[in-house]
Design a protein around this ligand. Structure first.
Ligand SMILES: NC(=O)c1ccc[n+]([C@@H]2O[C@H](COP(=O)([O-])OP(=O)(O)OC[C@H]3O[C@@H](n4cnc5c(N)ncnc54)[C@H](O)[C@@H]3O)[C@@H](O)[C@H]2O)c1
Ligand SMILES: [Zn+2]
Length: 357
């Protein structure tokens, strides 16, 4: 298990990391006694592992297992959890441990950061998207009917456990979607990781622990480095949004039903690399190399039956007229991005025509 420091937090990466939760929290929080463990139905087996480890280290563990899915990430569920904590008399010395994907870690993080103005938080991330992104960086959130992640806090967990062996039970489409976020790190920072993926794609498809460990470690280290230089997203952290300006708009235009997040990011990266090429920021070879990597991972680079007007509307470009400009993170090479780049609206419309063709 390798350790990555991140502000007041620590990431523990490696096969078997989930067995270390008890010992690690015991050392970090010598006065803590009670743990509230939050998980969902699909992650209960990992919840039980973590519960066992915590009990062995002398923690008293109670918890809650929610139905899976994004619909749980709302204020009503957070409120129910706050009340449950209060009824069970959890105090400021207690710990919330979230075991699950991004839904559970975002929601658990939000509850931990607000209950009694903040109790200690730890996360055991169980999805690839969570291990390389959602569980790292201290952003917590719940959704409102008006939009995703509209209510939330910045709150660093004390410890985050990234155990790649739990990824073997992830549904195939969830796993591939997570690779979309991995490919993003290749393009913004780590060309060597791209070469590793090309070399090891068969082992990745078989979800072998050593190669997943290396992938998760490298991505987590990049995100930790970026976040520790810019915790509240005033500058550098924006590079993590590569592929997301168009990717988010694709997700929204599809009503969050057509595309998984990583799939939308993959198509968004394709579109944004086209912009980079059109603007002379990157040569055609960059677009081609990125396209090859995405397809090798099994990710889409095109989307059918998507109304371009809806996508433009989601980027608010419909209101900005032909002079509308948006700031993008664009690749200069595999492993290096430029930010911010203002892109004129007509060029964006052209890139959208290519990816929705
Ligand atoms: N806080 C952040 O910085 C940040 C960053 C990116 C995304 N997010 C958020 O993360 C959420 C998406 O996260 P996600 O993709 O992990 O979704 P998720 O938590 O819904 O997990 C996806 C599905 O996989 C199941 N699952 C999880 N782990 C499993 C395992 N090991 N084996 C079998 N099934 C498993 C879950 O029950 C769920 O059905 C979104 O709400 C998004 O807003 C947050
Ligand atoms: Zn993302």
């Amino acid at each position: 298990v390798r350790e990555i420091p991140l502000l007041s937090s620590r990431l523990y990466v490696g096969p078997g990391a989930r067995a270390e939760v008890g010992r690690t929290l015991r050392a970090l929080l010598p006065d803590a006694r009670r743990v509230f463990l939050l998980t969902d139905k699909n992650c209960e087996r990992y919840g039980r592992d973590v519960q066992g480890a915590l009990r062995q280290s002398g923690f008293e563990v109670e918890g809650s297992s929610l139905p899976p899915g994004e619909t749980q990430k709302k204020l009503a569920t957070a409120g129910r959890l706050h009340e449950l904590l209060a009824r069970k008399k959890f105090d400021r010395k207690s710990v919330l441990v979230a075991v699950g994907g991004g839904v559970i870690t975002d929601l658990g993080g939000f509850v931990a950061s607000t209950y009694m103005r903040g109790i200690a938080l730890a996360m055991v991330s169980t999805t690839l998207l969570g291990q390389v992104d959602a569980a790292i960086g201290g952003k917590t959130a719940v959704n409102l009917p008006q939009g995703k992640n509209l209510v939330g806090t910045f709150y660093q967990p004390r410890a985050v456990f990234l155990d790649p062996t739990v990824l073997t039970t992830l549904p195939p489409r969830e796993f591939v979607s997570g690779l979309g976020e991995v490919a993003k790190y290749v393009v913004i920072r780590d060309a060597e990781l791209g070469a590793l993926i090309e070399r090891e794609i068969e082992a990745i498809r078989r979800r072998e622990a050593p190669v997943l460990d290396e992938i998760v470690y490298r991505c987590a280290a990049i995100k930790a480095d970026v976040v520790s230089k810019d915790e509240k997203e005033s500058g550098l952290r924006a590079i993590l949004n590569y592929g997301h300006t168009i990717g988010h708009a694709l997700e929204a235009a599809g009503g969050y039903k057509t595309l998984f997040h990583g799939e939308a990011i993959s198509i968004g990266m394709e579109a944004e690399a086209i912009l980079a090429m059109e603007l002379g920021i990157a040569p055609l070879e960059v677009l081609a190399a990125q396209n090859r990597l995405l397809r090798l991972c099994g990710l889409p680079t095109r989307v059918k039956r998507m109304a371009r007007q809806k996508v433009l509307a989601a980027m608010k470009l419909d209101k900005k007229g032909v002079d509308g400009r948006l700031r993008f993170v664009l690749p200069e090479a595999i492993g290096r991005v430029r930010w911010p780049v203002e892109v004129p609206a007509p060029l964006i419309a052209t890139a959208l025509r290519t990816i929705t063709a």
